[in-house]
Design a protein around this ligand. Structure first.
Ligand SMILES: Cc1ncc(COP(=O)(O)O)c(C=O)c1O
Length: 475
């Protein structure tokens, strides 16, 4: 097949045939299963124009509010022109730079980031991405303490690199490549007593996300974070907070741990640090005792040729300046509170659909009553101009993480869309819910493979009907 993809401008509209070609090539060269999964939940849209909280679906020409934001990578909005300009300006002088060279760009960013960081974090290492930053943090904790045990939490998500994957608390990501790194143990999230029981003299680190994201938006309580700090101080354990998804204003503070006033010994950041324009990641840590000694004595304990590049640092610096000058965390707090209020009203009115609304700032999750409702809602929301992904391995949970630049009127539109989507769901539920009572049917509906096939088949029928409608319309 001769591809026309390479010559196309991203802002242009696409015909159905052009899109079909991209889908076919994506299936052939990248992943067929991924296409099937995306189609089932109406998540197989492409992104042409990206602007503010929206991107445009090139087929329908419709603008969609991006409530996924690549799991928290677009805090400062899609294709933010100030960040784009920072990259353009940096390109006039810089390339990525040699990874080990002294660099003004690195220093300027380090100073800014450390000035904004939770109290006590005074040193920095750059990393290539989130998983790489988590790897670096765990290596630092093991190297500095000379201990090996790492305590992570059930359902945690820390990425897909070696140590990070070993700290993921879901079998889903791990089972096909066991055995992973030894010495990792898992404790239920928000359960201080369980953590205290397992944290012993052989424990190097406790690693948590202050708000579990991928697990389905579970907020760590203040008591939990304070208790972890106490346990770590008493037992010489390194406390690591993974703020890769929660950082840079998302939760209503610059960093989620600042709600509780608890600072970790090491904090990992990535994603929105690059403004969705140029990747960058970092590991911030305390400038005292064993951590500094270890890093000073082993400067090459963790090396990245891509992290902390000169281009990346110029871009990240602009991102931080933008977040600070706009006080974006305050907007996240305000808009998140509006969204959670509206979703809670919907939950009260629709107890057969919404089980719980959770979250903090603009990191909000809805848990539906049944797993099959996640893909159904993704589909219904897409029709109302909102892109919201159900969680791949917890399909009953949907994350709402729009860029934290979202305005009042955009939030109105988002809330209206959710109301509309729930209304649409209600017209389908009189069919689905009685069927779900038949023995075995609910299990089937909740099965990911079955959902993918069922919703995929429905999409095919719908696409076929549209094509026929189009042909008839043309005649
Ligand atoms: C909390 C958390 N940690 C780590 C990662 C991994 O980051 P990356 O995909 O950049 O390796 C993610 C990505 O979703 C994340 O949300």
């Amino acid at each position: 097949m001769s591809s026309q993809c390479g010559s196309r401008s991203l802002s242009a509209a696409m015909s159905r045939d052009e899109v079909r070609e991209i889908v076919t090539l994506f299936e052939r060269h990248i992943n067929r299963g991924q296409v099937r999964y995306l189609r089932a939940g109406h998540l197989d849209v492409m992104e042409s124009q990206r602007h503010g909280v929206h991107f445009t679906d090139p087929i329908s020409g419709r603008r969609l509010i991006d409530c996924f934001s690549s799991a928290g990578s677009f805090n400062v909005s899609r294709h933010n022109p100030l960040v784009v300009k920072a990259l353009e300006e940096a390109l006039e002088t810089y390339d990525m730079g040699a990874f080990d060279r002294l660099s003004e760009a690195k220093i300027l960013l380090a100073e800014k980031l450390l000035a904004m960081a939770p109290q006590g974090l005074r040193r920095i290492r750059f990393a290539a991405g989130g998983g790489d930053a988590v790897d670096c943090a765990i290596k630092m904790a093991r190297g500095a303490t000379g201990r090996s045990k790492i305590l992570a939490t059930v359902k945690a998500y820390h990425g897909h690199t070696g140590f990070a994957l070993s700290a993921n608390g879901k079998q889903h990501y791990r089972h096909y490549c066991e055995p992973l790194m030894p010495g990792f143990e898992f404790v239920p999230f928000n359960d201080l007593a369980a953590m205290s029981e397992r944290a012993d003299a052989g424990t190097a680190a406790i690693i948590i996300e202050p708000v579990q994201g991928e697990a389905g938006i579970f907020v760590g309580s203040d008591e939990y974070l304070k208790g972890l700090r106490r346990i770590c101080d008493e037992r010489g354990i390194v406390l690591i907070f993974d703020e890769i998804q929660t950082g840079f204003g998302r939760t209503g503070r610059l960093f989620a741990c600042q709600h509780s006033g608890v600072s970790p010994d090491i904090m990992t950041v990535a994603k929105s640090m690059g403004g969705g324009i140029f990747p960058n990641a970092a590991v911030l840590f305390r400038d005292s005792g064993i951590l500094t000694d270890f890093v000073e004595n082993n400067p090459d304990f963790h090396v990245s040729f891509d992290g902390g590049s000169d281009l990346g640092c110029r871009v990240s610096l602009k991102v931080l300046e933008y977040i600070e000058s706009m006080r974006l965390w305050e907007n996240a707090e305000k808009m998140g509170s509006r969204l959670r209020g509206a979703l809670n009203e919907l939950r009260e009115a629709n107890p057969k659909i919404i089980k719980e609304v959770r979250g903090i700032g603009l990191m909000v999750g809805i848990e539906y009553i049944h797993e099959f409702m996640g893909p159904m809602m993704s589909d219904a929301l897409a029709r109302h101009g909102v892109f919201a992904a159900y969680s791949g391995n917890a399909p009953q949970v949907m994350r709402f993480m729009a860029p934290i630049t979202i305005s009042d009127s955009e939030m109105d539109a988002l809330i209206d869309a959710v109301r509309g989507a729930i209304k649409d769901m209600k017209t389908l539920l009189p069919l689905a819910l009685p069927a779900a009572k038949i023995p075995g049917v609910l299990k089937l509906l909740n099965n990911e493979r079955f959902q993918t096939s069922l919703f995929g088949a429905l999409r095919k029928i719908e696409d076929g009907a549209k094509a026929v409608g189009g042909m008839l319309g043309r005649k």
